[in-house]
Design a protein around this ligand. Sequence first.
Ligand SMILES: Cc1cc2nc3c(=O)[nH]c(=O)nc-3n(C[C@H](O)[C@H](O)[C@H](O)COP(=O)(O)OP(=O)(O)OC[C@H]3O[C@@H](n4cnc5c(N)ncnc54)[C@H](O)[C@@H]3O)c2cc1C
Length: 241
Amino acid sequence: MGQGQGRGWEGAVLRLMRAKDYVFTVTGAEDVTPEYRRLHFTDGGMLAATGVHPTMWVRLWFDNAGKPHQRAYTLVDPDPAAGTLSLEFALHEGCASDWARAAKPGDTVEATVQGTGFESPEPAPSHVVAVADPASLPALNSLLGALGPVPATIWFEGSLEGLPYRAAAHHDVRQVERRDAGRHLVEEVKAALPDLLKDTARPYVWIACDTATTRALSAHVRKELSVPRQRVNALGYWRAS
Ligand SMILES: Cc1cc2nc3c(=O)[nH]c(=O)nc-3n(C[C@H](O)[C@H](O)[C@H](O)COP(=O)(O)OP(=O)(O)OC[C@H]3O[C@@H](n4cnc5c(N)ncnc54)[C@H](O)[C@@H]3O)c2cc1C
């Protein structure tokens, strides 16, 4: 203790990297489905200081039996002028999920801004391929909103029923059941991608699933399908155990 305001080495490292801390206060909650909960917050001055970019995320600090537990969450509808934002939690077992399940107006959580960023694909994509799941749905919505009316093919692991997916006419969505720890999704995407990319002049591939699935798919896209590294954005969103 004593380092990084009692958050151990992770806090100390983030502090050395000049991360900034803010306190979010819950102002409301919505149970979107039994497994997906949206919380509304005031931002403690964060957005005015940091600005906003597509798929922006923060590190939130939760208490895990007295130890700091840091997890990433994506900003939903951030409004710097109002100083408000929402977060959407795909619920499962875990400290962050437990906190979100119980959160009520007046509750607070600390946020650190470090590591988030976004580079608009240049030149603009002629076709977007996105692979996502409930944890990356907020980021998927943000990404597709930022890229505008580009045709997009989206593989979604799980069911979108009742979830706040921001559909558009130029999106082709393929829902795939999670089976074999994600390997089923990997096979489905691998089977369809070559044909899809064949006629795509400027693809942009965005992958945000569990870490193993993300790694398998991004390696395939870059090595087997030869999509240039700068046209592939892949980040593991959670670790399956
Ligand atoms: C950049 C970024 C942005 C993210 N944005 C969001 C977001 O907006 N909304 C959101 O819900 N998640 C988001 N995530 C994912 C979230 O950070 C993880 O799911 C995190 O592990 C949740 O923490 P926890 O304390 O609830 O569970 P942990 O303590 O991390 O894990 C507990 C158990 O739950 C399992 N688990 C963890 N996450 C999932 C999951 N998503 N699905 C099924 N099982 C899981 C683990 O394998 C483990 O067995 C984001 C991740 C990244 C990297």
